[in-house]
Write a protein that binds this ligand. Structure first.
Ligand code: DGT
Ligand code: CA
Ligand code: CA
Ligand code: ZN
Length: 580
């Protein structure tokens, strides 16, 4: 928890410094500090207590002092001073895609814009187009960005919500009176954004203890209700952005726990379909149980299994409960055997200091081994990205990986590259060196504004080179922040099938790209998928679960996913794909 708060503090510091037109080196030092603390595998407070802060990369005496000040007082005087120079709402403008600190400073100075509403007004009035380095197109993009923000307003990203829910469950579970406790709602279905968090519990005896503890948890800023069976609070967290979210805790009788879990897991549409099925069988279903309509006799309620069984159904995994054919499939015995985290044998997309990653190849490999993987593909960026490798650097990396591999048993670092797809669909790296690699990923990192036709042709051309094994984050969207480039996804799926290319479900919770619906379409078309973290630091490898649950929402099974294969199967697939 401290690491997130300290890292958010440095990010905010960097934002204000940049808005304030500070020296770029200083800004970069703060951003780097934010990153270092965010990815720190241990508790920053512990590091501080042991006087080891300055041993961390990029943390000098000055930054270490700020961390200590923050840990001790919850504030940093220098940051407070910076904040006081501007309206607090000014920093909200940074949430708009395409609006960086320089633009914020410009908007503030020239137009006196200091909040999202004022920015929207100014854009609608056409005032932005007249500013230097702007223009009509940027103005339109900013307006679209504000609309996107409003759509996702009040919803928090999946990762942030899980972080909150897991820490609440960890606080309440040890209480003597608590028996069962589990998050339900959209969180249990792993939707990509979460409206509010719904937690269910059963207790032995009275619920007063757990309710009392709940409303006094750290992070609770407001208590909306404090009752015997239900309490609601607002929790505020400061990840990179500040989020506040409502959390409901319900305590239900043990005999109704399964029914309540089923009801509050939803989705609402799934529940409506279930209720209609129950009625046809002379039953009613609600959050207390399943009952015979005529007699009112309860026939199920304690567990979810028995609730579904009472309706003649096997348990439907929560990720499928979106009313997308799952009730019918369950009734006909055609539910998929969903993939799970344990089936994953490796990660095929990771970065190191050879491009924009923060760690060495060996550090990333050790982290992968520690997670029990059989392989990790190192796929650093290529030119023409400023932080990308050229052929010579990639050859050097291949050599280094071969040397490292000599000391491993039962684990292999795969050579690879995340090669840039140029605007015309050619690749940013020579074929000769790409052919030497174990895994070639290709993806789009520039010129997002191409037309749908151009973008679709661009990516399909990359597949048609025959050099590419995987297309990473195929649509380029960022959850709640950026719509992604305009591209014909069904055409990409068709081309992937034809060219034998795998499509990625990028597991980073900001991306989840392909999303559930697109991934399901790809699976149905017989396209192989791969679930990868795109890790830029060892701790990022843990984000894989977000990709796996997105795959489950897409009805994906183990056999649909490339990196559930053992190493030899994976290499054989690649040989066949390349016609070798
Ligand atoms: P969210 O919070 O917007 O991300 O999405 P949910 O699915 O968590 O929705 P929420 O918190 O409003 O309600 C939790 C669950 O309670 C929902 O998934 C299904 C159930 N539920 C809520 N309202 C109704 C309703 O009117 N009818 C039925 N059948 N179920 C409901
Ligand atoms: Ca909810
Ligand atoms: Ca709710
Ligand atoms: Zn990447």
């Amino acid at each position: 928890m401290d690491n997130t708060a300290v890292s958010a503090m440095f990010d905010e510091f960097a934002d204000w410094l940049e808005i304030d037109d500070e020296n770029p080196f200083r800004v970069r030092a703060y951003r780097r500090a934010a990153q270092v603390v965010r990815d720190l595998p241990e508790d920053v407070a512990q590091v501080a207590a042991e006087g080891r802060l300055t041993h961390l990369e990029g943390i000098g005496k000055d930054l270490a002092g700020k961390i200590v000040e923050f840990l001790q007082t919850g504030k940093v005087a220098a940051l407070e001073e910076l904040r006081s120079k501007y309206p607090p709402t000014l920093r909200d403008l940074l949430q708009v895609p395409d609006v960086g600190p320089k633009t914020v400073a410009l908007l503030y100075k020239r137009l006196n814009v200091s909040s999202l509403d004022e920015l929207e007004e100014a854009a609608q009035a056409g005032k932005l187009a007249a500013l230097p380095r702007m223009g009509k197109k940027t103005q339109e993009n900013i307006l679209r960005g504000i609309q996107l923000l409003k759509q996702s307003a009040g919803r928090v990203p999946l990762e942030v919500a899980w972080h909150i829910a897991e820490s609440i469950v960890a606080e309440l579970k040890p209480l003597p009176s608590v028996e069962q406790i589990i998050p339900a709602g959209s969180l249990r279905r792993w939707r990509e954004t979460i409206g509010d968090i719904d937690i269910l519990a059963t207790t032995t005896g009275a619920s007063a203890e757990v309710m009392d503890r709940f409303v006094h948890l750290p992070g609770v800023t407001e208590v909306l209700a404090h009752g015997e069976t239900k309490s609601s609070v607002i929790v505020v967290v400061d990840a990179r952005r500040k989020y506040s979210v409502q959390v409901d805790l319900r305590v239900v009788p043990p005999g109704s726990f399964g029914a309540a879990l089923q009801y509050f897991t939803g989705s609402k549409d799934h529940n409506i379909t279930l209720r209609a099925r129950a009625l046809k069988q002379g039953l009613t279903i609600n959050e207390y149980g399943v009952f015979e309509e005529k007699t009112g006799k309860q026939v199920a309620g304690a567990t979810e299994e028995e609730v579904y069984a009472a309706l003649g159904l096997p348990l439907i995994p929560p990720e499928l409960r979106e009313n997308r054919g799952e009730v019918e499939a369950a009734a006909e015995g055609r539910l998929p055997d969903l993939i799970d985290l344990a089936a994953m044998r490796g990660d095929l997309h990771a970065h190191t200091t050879y491009s924009d990653g923060h760690n060495t190849i060996a550090e990333m490999a050790d982290a992968a081994r520690a997670r029990g993987y059989e392989y990790l593909a190192i796929t650093d960026h290529s030119k023409p990205l400023a932080w990308g490798m050229d052929e010579k650097t990639l050859r050097k990396q291949i050599k280094e990986i071969r040397q490292l591999n000599e000391k491993y048993h039962g684990f292999r670092i795969l050579t690879g590259c995340e090669v840039d797809i140029l605007s015309d669909g050619r690749l940013g790296m020579d074929a000769a060196v790409l052919q030497q690699l174990d895994i070639v990923i290709a993806s789009v990192h520039s010129n997002f504004k191409q037309s749908r036709e151009e973008m679709t042709r661009r990516i399909i051309r990359a597949m048609e080179t025959g050099l590419v094994d995987i297309i990473a984050h195929p649509t380029g969207r960022l959850v709640g922040q950026r719509e992604g480039y305009d591209v014909d996804v069904p055409a990409l799926i068709e081309a992937a099938k034809r060219c034998g290319v795998a499509l990625e479900i990028n597991a980073h919770p900001d991306r989840l790209d392909l999303n559930d619906l697109n991934a399901r379409a790809a699976k149905n078309a017989g396209v192989l998928l791969t679930i990868n973290t795109d890790a830029h630091a060892p701790s990022n490898l843990d984000l894989l679960r977000f990709g796996v649950h997105t795959a489950r929402r897409a009805w994906v099974e183990k056999k649909d996913v490339l990196n559930t294969m053992p190493l030899d199967g994976l290499l054989k697939w690649r040989q066949q794909r390349r016609g070798l």
